[in-house]
Design a binder for this molecule. Structure first.
Ligand code: ATP
Ligand code: MG
Length: 208
């Protein structure tokens, strides 16, 4: 059923989510609670242009299926397919413009871990991102990053969330050397990984 009211405070938490994990989910929920956001949209990057060339990124449709599975039973978290529908490379400045159209009058919050925050000035039209939204940062365990000064004298909004040293990179490595993913990703995500044959080295449950 569509929501009865238009959300007034909307978080945009973008990522490759290859795969989504508990670090993402605990962050999204923690920020939602701390800043009293109506929803946090976990926006699946179509082509994460800063990652292309480093490794094979899993098809967007599979990553979206995993994020949908991850948030299916969670109030206030939503899987975003806008960047996939838009196609091409994904820029947060454009996505915020889309969010403004989808949620007229809403206050927007762009949520990043501090590794992503440190790279903000490399984002396309980052000044537009800062102008269109409040910039929210959470600690990324294992990362020591200096936050860039924001244009216009705007301050970062830091939110404390439980520190979970989990990364998609580590999860992909776990798959390839046969270590378990259980509890690091929701079981619903593990089901999608198995059903779709993603990260092919994931062993079937009966042999793990
Ligand atoms: P990869 O290792 O492939 O880069 P990742 O785990 O960093 O994957 P991304 O999809 O790159 O996940 O990250 C999306 C967003 O989530 C970024 O803002 C990143 O800083 C944040 N993030 C990822 N993992 C965590 C975590 N464990 N705690 C807090 N924030 C996180
Ligand atoms: Mg990352």
């Amino acid at each position: 059923m569509p929501p009865l009211t238009v959300p007034a405070r909307v978080g945009l938490f973008g990522g490759t989510f290859d795969p989504p994990h508990v670090g993402h989910l605990v962050t999204a929920l923690g920020v939602r609670h701390a800043l009293e956001l109506d929803i946090v949209v976990m926006m699946v990057a179509n082509i994460p242009w800063q990652k292309v060339g480093d490794r094979a990124v899993t098809p967007a449709d599979d990553r979206l299926a995993m994020v949908r599975a991850a948030v299916a039973d969670v109030d206030g978290l939503v899987a975003g397919d806008h960047e996939i529908i838009a196609g091409g490379e994904s820029y947060t400045a454009d996505t915020l413009a889309t969010m403004e159209r989808e949620f007229p009058g809403a206050e927007l919050f762009t949520v990043v871990g501090d590794d992503a925050a440190a790279g903000l000035t490399t984002w396309k039209r980052f000044d537009e991102v800062v102008a269109r939204s409040t910039m929210v940062v959470v600690d990324r365990p294992g990362v020591r990053a200096d936050l860039p000064v924001l244009p216009g004298g705007v301050q970062w909004r830091r939110v404390e969330v439980p520190h979970l040293e989990v990364s998609s990179t580590d999860l992909r490595a776990r798959v390839s050397d046969g270590r378990p993913l259980d509890y690091l990703v929701p079981s619903s995500v593990l089901d999608v990984i198995r059903r779709r044959g993603l990260y092919r080295d994931v062993s079937p449950p009966e042999t793990r």
